[in-house]
Design a binder for this molecule. Structure first.
Ligand code: HEC
Length: 187
């Protein structure tokens, strides 16, 4: 009888511990997502380029979804250098053109075909750290004005929190145009 009671007691303790660990890990995942949101929205201002505008406001239907496909974009020409013009942007503030070529803010939502849905955490962290497309050093450099040099200085914990938050936002289907070189051709 005493042995049965002991086994029962141990089982209850064991199940309790598993539930407690489960709740704590859900809590820490929630904390991580909340920290990621804070970093994205308040500190690193990712939406400043990655969320297109609707007039003067952000277009929240396109939250972090990048430059809308088929939306017009500016083209730099080198005569502008004499007029001291270096960077052009579209009215939605999500496409940019300069002496480097033309870039379009990427779709950071977890959409599988057009966003970061198929990216791994490693690809994301490596792209922020190395400044190379998809975090692969063999790939082209990520174009301006993406401030990779600054984000590269973030801690692993912060980049992981940003990644956790980006995975949690609403996926938006938006096929962002690839970057164009100085001649206006795909890279
Ligand atoms: C000043 C504008 C600007 C800000 C702010 C900005 N980005 Fe970007 N980002 C861009 C542009 C433009 C591109 C496209 C560059 C390219 O395709 O080479 C880009 C590309 C990316 C890419 C794709 C990189 C790749 O490997 O192709 C990721 C991921 C990304 N940004 C994440 C972020 C995150 C996360 C933040 C906030 C922490 C952020 N960006 C803030 C402009 C910005």
């Amino acid at each position: 009888m005493r042995q049965k009671l002991l086994i029962f007691g141990l089982t209850v303790l064991f199940i309790g511990a598993i539930i407690a660990i489960g709740i704590r890990s859900v809590d820490s995942q929630n904390d991580m997502v909340a920290r990621g949101k804070y970093l994205v929205d308040a500190v690193a201002a990712c939406g400043y380029c990655h969320t297109p505008r609707a007039g003067a406001e952000y277009n929240m239907k396109m939250y972090l979804a990048g430059h809308p496909a088929d939306n017009p974009y500016p083209r730099y020409n080198f005569n502008m250098m004499q007029q001291n013009i270096f960077l052009l942007t579209s009215p939605l503030l999500s496409a940019f053109s300069g002496p480097f070529g033309t870039s379009f803010a990427s779709n950071l939502t977890p959409d599988k075909e057009t966003g970061l849905g198929e990216w791994t955490e490693k690809m994301f962290i490596d792209s922020m750290r190395t400044g190379h497309h998809q975090g692969n050093k063999e790939n082209r450099k990520i174009f301006p004005p993406m401030p990779t040099k600054h984000y590269a200085l973030m801690s692993d914990a912060d980049l992981k929190a940003i990644w956790a938050y980006l995975k949690s936002i609403k996926p938006v289907k938006n096929e962002v145009s690839p970057v164009l070189n100085r001649l206006g051709r795909p890279f």
